[in-house]
Design a protein around this ligand. Structure first.
Ligand code: SF4
Length: 399
């Protein structure tokens, strides 16, 4: 298995390629306001820990984001892309974080909580995924005691569904170490919050970051025989074994399902994608990894139904599509039956639930905006925390 981290030579080469652009387009493109131009310059002069600390100032989940950020933010904006190819900024970030963590904690690499007095208002964050963790960190850094509720037995939320070959567990552990260093966070695992309004009455403010519900309907006959990705990725060993596995979807989650199926013994794994290769919501690097690992990708194909065969396997019924001026239409006469799937997984976006927000009850992450990337969830958690802090400050200062 190739490492998810750059090696020292690759890291150095990426640093050398950076142009230190005065306009810093990479900075402007980051949802969490990380500044690659700045941390790359620090790393260039050997100040790796300072560079990592720089990252931590804006992104409490800097290590995880370094491993998972797609190309469409800083890399897409990188000036170097117009000369040859963009700096692989997220990979540089992941290398930096790991290098600094290997050196051990320093005073600066912890949350700067000691200088901030503890506030009287206790707050709650519901959900310990990327948005919830980031919100909890921001609130704690600003002096608020936080109770962080998580219904499962571990932090990370949807990150726990990502295969270790894409997200080694050390990355989340490192980010959690940093978040905890803010102090004031009480983590309550195995604690679902069935009545959010009731819980809200016990706190000065609540941030709801519960992620997406299981959902995402294809609305096709036989859909009950298709596994939602959340069901599959939560317990992939339940579905382990040889045979064919189909994954409907073309994003990061579909890639995770495909890689997990391979790890669990599938002999043939195929992605069915409604749009073309260039519209898939994964980086070229991730797509190439899939192809190198033998995952087939069938594009411009829409599932129309699933039929259980007499032998228990599944037939996926499809039709070819065409994309014209952004509009996807079926091509008449192109229906095709694809038989003999042992498992069919749908890795498509879930529908967000509506929630009655107020000034002190604020949504963050996927449950607010639908499926998003980790870096967007982090930004959303930070923004929700800032909004709540502002409200609490106004309440405190009003007579
Ligand atoms: S845009 Fe690219 S080349 Fe320019 S400073 Fe940012 S990382 Fe370096």
């Amino acid at each position: 298995m190739t490492s998810v981290y750059l090696n020292p030579a690759q890291f150095k080469a990426e640093l050398e390629r950076c142009l230190n652009c005065p306009t810093q387009p990479c900075f402007k493109a980051c949802p969490t306001a990380c500044n690659p131009a700045s941390f790359i310059q620090l790393a260039k002069i050997g100040r790796l820990r300072a560079a990592a600390n720089d990252l931590r100032q804006t992104n409490p989940m800097a290590h995880v984001c370094g491993l998972l950020c797609p190309e469409r933010f800083c890399m897409q904006a990188c000036t170097r892309g117009r000369i040859d190819f963009p700096i692989h900024i997220p990979a540089v970030q992941a290398y930096l974080m790991r290098a600094a963590e290997k050196e051990g904690p320093s005073a600066e690499s912890s949350c700067p909580e000691s200088s901030v007095p503890t506030q009287g208002s206790a707050v709650a964050v519901i959900g310990a995924g990327p948005a919830g963790l980031s919100a909890a960190c921001r609130l704690a850094q600003n002096g608020y005691p936080v109770t962080l509720f998580e219904q499962s037995d571990r932090i990370g939320g949807a990150l726990n569904m990502i295969p270790a070959e894409r997200l080694p567990c050390n990355a989340l552990a490192a980010d959690w170490n940093f978040i905890q260093s803010a102090g004031r966070i009480t983590l309550r695992l195995n604690t679902p919050v069935p009545d959010i309004q009731k819980t809200a009455a016990d706190f000065a403010g609540v941030i709801v970051a519960t992620g997406l519900p299981i959902g995402g309907m294809l609305n096709i006959p036989g859909e009950t025989d298709i596994l939602p990705y959340q069901t599959y990725l939560t317990n992939p060993e339940t579905y382990a074994g040889g045979g064919n596995v189909a994954v409907i979807g073309g994003g990061n989650v579909a890639a995770d399902c495909a890689l997990t199926a391979l790890q669990n013994g599938a002999t043939h794994v195929e992605l069915f994608v409604r749009r073309g290769l260039k519209h898939m919501r994964m980086s070229a690097r991730e797509r190439n990894t899939l192809i190198e690992r033998g995952v087939e990708i069938t594009t411009l194909t829409r599932p129309t139904g699933v039929v259980r065969q007499a032998d228990g396997l599944l037939t996926l019924e499809t039709i070819k599509t065409r994309l014209t001026e952004g509009k996807l239409t079926d091509i008449p006469g192109t229906r095709l039956n694809c038989p003999d799937w042992r498992v069919i997984i749908k890795a498509i976006g879930s529908v967000k639930t509506r929630f009655p927000e107020s000034a002190t009850l604020i949504e963050a992450g996927d449950c607010k905006s639908g499926s998003s990337t980790v870096v967007e969830a982090v930004a959303s958690g930070k923004a929700a925390a800032d909004k709540l802090i502002q409200t609490l400050k106004e309440k405190t200062s009003s007579p």
